[in-house]
Write a protein that binds this ligand. Structure first.
Ligand code: ADP
Ligand code: MG
Length: 252
């Protein structure tokens, strides 16, 4: 009877402390502990680990959500055999986040459908899972956002906002031309992150044609200079994965 009262008291305490996982796993851990003659400390470790595991999972989930990734494709979902111009080792190394430690950039360059967005977000998700603040944005949306901020006289705070992310992913540079005024905004962002923060870029436009994207050669040069100064460029050649099933098998 006393046993049961104590047990109920313990449940009440755990409830009061909002330790839901410990409540859920209490019986199981007590049984395990008795059966295996665990020490008091080991039993407590086992019980508290359930609470910690869930909080870790929630934290990871929240970090990934904040990242605003277009989808949750990860490196394990990438078929390296299909895209033989990519060195899997190099991509796996990116997920160790060594490049973030040294504030380096990554540029994925290649035609449509070869996996640039997939790889960039996979690295971003890996970073978010390791609690590195990460944000994914399409270049066009980023510029619209900065323009709006400038109109509303809050450009500086918006730029600061984008600087706080340890990893920023700017997707699809060059899909739409950017007028010189907007190119300046883009440069301001690149400049403020330069040598402080890592950025991953994806583009389908060769660097020598960035003049046409930013429509102002001096700015295009300055942007390229800052991006490429400390960057690894991953050039992907090959077929679009989207067309994979429509292409003749090799050797035919
Ligand atoms: P890009 O950004 O280069 O245009 P995406 O990354 O959007 O291409 O890839 C197009 C689609 O094909 C996505 O759904 C992506 O997940 C998939 N994909 C591309 N390459 C591969 C690959 N090698 N293995 C698995 N899926 C791939
Ligand atoms: Mg893409």
């Amino acid at each position: 009877m006393i046993q049961q009262t104590n047990y109920q008291q313990l449940l009440k305490n755990l409830e009061y402390l909002k330790l839901k996982q410990m409540i859920t796993h209490l019986d199981e851990v007590v049984d395990f502990s008795v059966h295996n003659q665990l020490s008091f400390i080991d039993t407590l470790i086992k019980l508290t680990n359930y609470e910690i595991d869930l909080r870790e999972q929630n934290m990871i989930h929240a970090m990934v959500k904040v990242g605003a990734f277009p989808n949750l494709k990860e490196l394990k979902d990438f078929d390296f055999d299909f895209q033989s111009s990519i060195n899997p080792q190099q991509i796996h190394d990116f997920t160790t986040l060594r490049f973030i430690e040294s504030s380096e950039n990554i540029v994925f360059l290649g035609p449509s459908g070869v996996g640039k967005t997939h790889l960039a977000s996979a690295i971003g998700i890996a970073a978010a899972k390791k609690r590195t603040s990460t944000y994914f944005v399409k270049c066009h949306d980023l510029i619209q956002n900065l323009k709006k901020a400038r109109l509303e006289n809050r450009l500086e705070s918006r730029l600061k906002h984008y600087t706080k992310y340890k990893l920023l992913i700017i997707d699809e540079i060059g899909y739409l031309p950017i007028d010189p005024e907007d190119s300046k905004l883009f440069f301001q962002l690149i400049d403020i992150r330069y040598e402080k923060r890592s950025t991953i870029f994806t583009t389908n436009v060769n660097f020598k044609s960035w003049d046409e994207v930013f429509q102002e050669p001096k700015l295009a040069n300055a942007i390229l200079d800052s991006i490429l100064h400390h960057a690894t460029v991953v050039t992907i050649v090959g077929n679009s994965y989207r067309l994979k099933n429509h292409l003749a098998p090799e050797g035919e």
